[in-house]
Design a protein around this ligand. Structure first.
Ligand SMILES: [Fe+2]
Ligand SMILES: [Fe+2]
Length: 188
């Protein structure tokens, strides 16, 4: 059925243009899908490792801004605990696999399988967020202030990306790598 919500206008994701919260999150989804597709195509170990690193970083940033900003605002506006809690649990599953990928390398016999399973988990999760009746559609219906949330998330995303880009990949690995510290700070 065609959506009739006249407020459902998404801004162009072009650089420098402010994006509303949903346009920003959807653009992140498309970006990470591209990275997974590139990973699948390459046979070079160094390229694989670089792409997996980019995928893990992008997902860490994305899940953090959702958990810190979008999900709480969604829960507040809709009181839809089922959608909210399921999304958080799916994030937990993805984070577990991300930590495993970051702790290993393409020499690991299971490396490609881990990235493949992560891509499948993310595909499922993204579908749940974007499908009719999913979190994004419900957020639009609830008339959340998506412009303000988009601005807040863009700012937080910039901060997290700067933190990650200043950290050599090796420093992220291991049980108490910076990504885990950021993730635990995010759940304060
Ligand atoms: Fe998402
Ligand atoms: Fe999510």
């Amino acid at each position: 059925m065609q959506k009739s919500d006249s407020t459902a206008v998404e801004r162009s994701p072009s650089a420098g243009t402010p994006q509303d919260a949903i346009a920003l999150l959807k653009a992140d989804h498309r970006e990470v899908e591209k990275l997974f597709a590139q990973f699948e195509k390459t046979r070079f170990a160094m390229r694989k490792e670089k792409l997996a690193d980019e995928i893990c970083n992008a997902l860490r940033v994305h899940t953090t801004i959702e958990e810190e900003i979008f999900y709480p605002a969604f829960l507040d506006a809709t009181e839809d605990k089922d959608l909210h809690h399921e999304a958080e649990i799916e994030h937990d599953g993805a984070k577990n696999l991300i930590a495993q990928i970051e702790a290993s390398s393409p020499d690991d016999e299971y490396y490609d399988s881990k990235v493949k399973v992560l891509s499948e988990m993310i595909k499922h999760h993204v579908k749940e967020e974007e499908q009719p009746g999913g979190m994004f559609a419900e957020a639009r219906k609830a008339k959340m202030d998506l412009d303000a949330l988009g601005e807040q998330m863009a700012a937080r995303k910039g901060e997290l990306q700067a933190q990650f880009s200043n950290t050599p990949p090796g420093a992220r690995r291991g049980k108490n790598g910076i990504l885990e510290r950021i993730a635990s700070a995010a759940t304060r």
